[in-house]
Ligand binder design. Structure first.
Ligand code: TMP
Length: 208
């Protein structure tokens, strides 16, 4: 399928502020009259939202890291087919709160050392990359306390603790080096408005 639109992803550890910023940017661009689809992973299509519940709720030991890779990839494939690619084909800007980089970092580096399996499955079943990825960086302790304070009932990964959040931070730093052509770091410290300004600067020049 031809991609005429623009595919932008927001990445970062839990509580890094990326979801708030994704919503903020989507609203800003929509008020400028642009066709914007704000979506998320795991989820973003009815089937993938069903899989999301299996992944983010319950005991941290509920799934092995290998099984998680399969579930996240199944959800992503449905999200891609039903939401992302049709929107890009009609020329929309798709903003996704997480995409394949989350699997690279969470399952491929932080939770287990499974990057090779993640890459092979990605190549086989997904094979699409974002045009631009903003990677939100925040102190691991601040991120974790923000994430847990939400009491969303979706804390399976936050419950892996501070050491895991620190591994995520390092994993995202390595990702920035792996994909320097599409990944931009955003310092997540500051007020929502201050960070939103950094986001606008990072995306300007890339968007229509
Ligand atoms: P969220 O809290 O940003 O909505 O994401 C749900 C959780 O799922 C979050 O802790 C990150 C985790 N996750 C992975 O471990 N691998 C993935 O591929 C994705 C998309 C999310």
């Amino acid at each position: 399928m031809k991609r005429n639109g623009f595919f932008l992803t927001f990445e970062g550890a839990d509580g890094s502020g990326k979801s708030t910023q994704a919503r903020h940017l989507a609203k800003t661009l929509q008020t400028r009259g642009l066709d914007v689809v704000l979506t998320r992973e795991p989820g973003g299509s009815p089937g993938a939202e069903e899989i999301r519940k299996l992944l983010v709720e319950g005991d941290p030991a509920r799934w092995s890291a290998d099984t998680e890779i399969l579930l996240f990839t199944a959800a992503r494939r449905d999200h891609l087919e039903r939401t992302i690619l049709p929107a890009l084909a009609r020329g929309a800007i798709v903003i996704s709160d997480r995409f394949a980089d989350s699997t690279r970092v969470y399952q491929g580096a932080a939770r287990a050392d499974l990057r090779q399996s993640v890459d092979q499955l990605h190549q086989l079943m997904i094979s699409h990359e974002p045009d631009l990825t903003l990677v939100f960086d925040i102190d691991a302790k601040i991120g974790l306390s923000r994430g847990l304070a939400r009491q969303s009932g979706e804390d399976r990964f936050e419950e892996l603790g501070a050491e895991f959040q620190q591994k995520l931070r390092l994993g995202y730093q390595a990702l920035l080096q792996d994909f320097p052509e599409r990944c931009v770091a955003i310092d997540g410290e500051g007020t929502v408005k201050q960070v939103a300004e950094k986001v606008l600067i990072a995306v300007s020049g890339h968007l229509p």
